[in-house]
Design a protein around this ligand. Structure first.
Ligand code: COA
Ligand code: ZN
Length: 311
């Protein structure tokens, strides 16, 4: 495999991007989206959620989509999981990584997974135990994702202490990685620096951290740069800026993968992603998803010549 890129990008459109839509995206379209993302060189794809279909009907076909996604061995294939039952389904499906969610905000945690934060931490420990019970070599990766790390549309401010409490619980229960999610897009560059530093102090420098950013208020890419300055090299993003949490009112889409890739490459940071091919995801999305949900500066402006001369 080629040299690891400077910045690792996880494409979350097949999961975060679709979970909030009120239309069902056909299984073949989901698979075609994943194919195009993988063909563009993306190394990690969040391909769906193992949640009850009555809670999020979009993922009623997750087993079929995951089986298809897992045929792409150039990419790590992950799934969002809210509880032990979801983890059992993800393990049975053979995914490479589980993203287990706990919100820093008690109110959002209740709305999202109908549990207290403490109960959700217990759930994470049980998922860790289920993975550890497997033979060595078959133990998938386990990421702890902290939703509402930079603010909550239900509670407002979320304290540094609340984020650090969940981060510590994840670290003590041996998460392989911790994701800090700006679920509703309230972060600022300054807050990114503060929370990343606080979480690092809490869990130690050896823990891998990633950022998951939404662009509700237009600070998404600025927040990504603040993350880079804070030493983060792993980011979630969604093609065409899709995304939003069904249980966090007011959240808009994720930062746009195409725009993030362009910015990083222009900054001299490699992503391993072929932008022209990534842009082809738009055609698949436009066929199934109303235009009001699709965004992206590069899609409007086209890829400027500067990138090609810089490459
Ligand atoms: N996958 C499939 N079925 C599941 C499941 C899962 N992960 N978890 C629970 N179920 C089933 C149970 O078996 C039970 O089925 P039954 O009624 O036939 O007995 C039923 O769902 C209720 O189970 P329960 O444990 O009481 O769940 P709940 O109703 O309290 O809901 C969650 C809890 C976590 C499953 C739900 O809140 C959820 O899916 N949240 C995630 C929301 C999300 O995706 N947010 C966006 C991403 S952050
Ligand atoms: Zn999100």
């Amino acid at each position: 495999m080629a040299r690891a890129p400077d910045v690792h990008i996880c494409e979350v459109a097949p999961r975060d991007g679709l979970q909030n839509l009120d239309i069902f995206v056909p299984t073949e379209a989901k698979c075609a989206l994943i194919d195009t993302i993988a063909a563009a060189g993306v190394r990690e794809i969040d391909a769906g959620s193992f949640v009850p279909p009555k809670v999020v009907p979009q993922f009623a076909d997750v087993d079929t989509v995951m089986a298809h996604a897992l045929t792409h061995r150039s990419a790590t294939i992950g799934a969002l999981v809210p509880n032990v039952k979801g983890a059992e389904r993800a393990i049975a499906a053979g995914v490479d990584v589980i993203y287990f969610v706990i919100s820093a905000s008690e109110t959002h945690n209740q709305a999202n997974v109908r549990r207290t934060v403490d109960e959700q931490i217990e759930g994470f420990r049980a998922v860790r135990a289920a993975i550890d019970a497997r033979p060595v070599g078959q133990r998938l990766q386990l990421m702890g994702a902290i939703s509402t790390s930079f603010g909550c549309s239900l509670e407002g401010e979320v304290s540094e202490a609340a984020v650090c409490r969940v981060a510590r619980a994840f670290a003590e229960a041996r998460a392989d990685e911790i994701g800090l999610a700006d679920t509703v897009g309230y972060a600022t560059p300054k807050l990114i620096g503060q929370i990343v530093a606080a979480v690092r102090r809490e869990v130690g420098p050896q823990m891998t951290l990633r950022l998951h950013l939404h662009d509700t208020l237009g600070a998404g890419l600025a927040n990504a740069v603040a993350g880079l300055e804070a030493g983060i090299r792993r980011f979630d993003a969604a093609v065409s800026g899709l995304g939003g949490c069904p249980f966090a009112p007011g959240a808009r889409g994720n930062i746009v993968t195409e725009d993030l890739v362009f910015m990083l490459e222009r900054m001299g940071l490699s992503t391993g992603i072929d932008l022209d091919r990534l842009m082809q995801t738009r055609e698949i999305l436009a066929r199934h998803i109303p235009a009001k949900h699709l965004s992206g500066h590069l899609h409007e402006a086209g890829i400027p010549k500067v990138l090609r001369s810089a490459a």
